[in-house]
Design a binder for this molecule. Structure first.
Ligand SMILES: [Zn+2]
Length: 84
């Protein structure tokens, strides 16, 4: 029997089928995640894994959140001078 909790197993399965979130600058894949409101916050289920890059999240409009790489070494657009 596994030590992983039911919640942990369910989360892992949900994240496995979540849509890819992409960098607004370069279009590169960032992580799979479901984004939803909860108790006055925006939750990003799936963005806490060890392989998830550091990203910046901004509201692009009232109804849209955009993610961007923070590390220039992994973002082609930042390296090419697209964003400081
Ligand atoms: Zn990028």
């Amino acid at each position: 029997m596994s030590d992983e909790s039911f919640k942990g197993r369910l989360t892992r399965r949900l994240v496995r089928v979540a849509p890819w979130q992409r960098c607004e600058e370069c279009g590169g894949r960032l992580f799979r995640a479901w984004i939803y409101p909860s108790r006055g916050q925006i939750k990003v289920l799936g963005a806490d894994g060890d392989l998830v890059p550091v990203v910046r999240a901004d509201f692009e409009s009232r109804t849209r959140i955009g993610f961007r790489h923070v590390d220039a070494s992994v973002c082609r657009r930042i390296r090419e001078g697209g964003r400081p």
